[in-house]
Design a protein around this ligand. Structure first.
Ligand SMILES: *[C@@H]1O[C@H](CO)[C@@H](O)[C@H](O)[C@H]1NC(C)=O
Ligand SMILES: *[C@@H]1O[C@H](CO)[C@@H](O)[C@H](O)[C@H]1NC(C)=O
Ligand SMILES: *[C@@H]1O[C@H](CO)[C@@H](O)[C@H](O)[C@H]1NC(C)=O
Ligand SMILES: *[C@@H]1O[C@H](CO)[C@@H](O)[C@H](O)[C@H]1NC(C)=O
Ligand SMILES: *[C@@H]1O[C@H](CO)[C@@H](O)[C@H](O)[C@H]1NC(C)=O
Ligand SMILES: *[C@@H]1O[C@H](CO)[C@@H](O)[C@H](O)[C@H]1NC(C)=O
Ligand SMILES: *[C@@H]1O[C@H](CO)[C@@H](O)[C@H](O)[C@H]1NC(C)=O
Length: 220
């Protein structure tokens, strides 16, 4: 049968069938830019091993790879960065970019004629790097000075946390956290605020910690 006609038939057949992860193990995967993702099917440990007559992987509206007996077709945008494992139907995707975020689906026909579908979501993040604190002035006078610490970092979908020694800094009437937690202001410092402050930045694929900043509080 003509490959294109087969693809159309399969698209029509499978549209709307996949709900949840289906035949796939994960319904959400996170991976860093430049990293790789493995879409694993639940058919990995089947005994005796399943054999496939057709495996089709799609990303949004792009057909990534199609394997039918005697023919493998990989989309030009994926040549060299995908591996289809014919023993399981699983797919590995490498050299990830932010553009690879989105929905993936697989359609499988096993050699006994059974059909399996699955869908999953891949989220790509820039890893956390260059976590740095800038501070107004680290030399403070008790009850008089206020201090502003600002944490910056490269990466996407960042969450910020401040550490005072090894304990987490929490907001109070004299301690203000703004900018999604990236800015810390301490009003009217006391001698107990003296110490090492660090900023911890986290996203779903990595984390990073700044060099410590020493806040020195002298008594007036
Ligand atoms: C298609 O790819 C699979 C997995 O890499 C391989 O086992 C199979 O021999 C290939 N078939 C053809 C016709 O190239
Ligand atoms: C994938 O990245 C590696 C280095 O991490 C590079 O050597 C390789 O050429 C890249 N492949 C593609 C297809 O971009
Ligand atoms: C991502 O997609 C945009 C628009 O489609 C394109 O301009 C850009 O070059 C792509 N980036 C990568 C790393 O492929
Ligand atoms: C830092 O920790 C000390 C002791 O653990 C505490 O007394 C002080 O209030 C903390 N300061 C801030 C700004 O969290
Ligand atoms: C800081 O101290 C000043 C002067 O004592 C006072 O007016 C102000 O309310 C204090 N601010 C906070 C947040 O405690
Ligand atoms: C955080 O602090 C930086 C540097 O002081 C400032 O430019 C920025 O506007 C602040 N952001 C917020 C939300 O307070
Ligand atoms: C930071 O990443 C390391 C691995 O690189 C991990 O072991 C650790 O649990 C992570 N910490 C947080 C707070 O996410």
């Amino acid at each position: 049968m003509n490959l294109l006609i087969l693809l159309c038939v399969l698209c029509v057949t499978f549209t709307g069938l996949s709900e949840g992860a289906g035949v796939l193990v994960d319904d959400l995967l996170n991976a860093p830019v430049g990293g790789k993702a493995l879409f694993t099917t639940k058919l990995t440990t089947q005994e005796p091993p399943v054999t496939f007559s057709v495996v089709i992987w799609n990303f949004e509206n792009t057909n990534i790879v199609t394997s039918i007996p005697g023919v493998n077709r990989t989309d030009p945008g994926y040549v060299g960065r995908v591996t289809l494992f014919m023993s399981t139907g699983s797919l590995e995707l490498r050299n990830l970019t932010l553009n690879d975020s989105g929905g993936y689906s697989v359609n499988i026909i096993t050699s006994d004629g059974g059909t399996q579908t699955g869908s999953t979501q891949l989220m790509i993040y820039e890893p956390v790097s260059n976590v740095m604190i800038t501070t107004s002035s680290p030399d403070l006078v008790e009850f008089i000075s206020s201090v502003h610490l600002s944490c910056s970092s490269s990466g996407s979908s960042l969450s910020f946390l401040w550490l005072n020694g090894s304990s987490e800094v929490t907001a109070s009437d004299r301690v203000q956290l703004t900018g999604g937690g990236s800015n810390l202001t301490i009003f009217n410092v006391t001698r107990y605020n003296q110490g090492l402050f660090r900023c911890l930045v986290v996203n779903p694929v990595s984390n990073g910690t700044s060099d410590p900043v020493f806040l020195s509080v002298s008594c007036e």
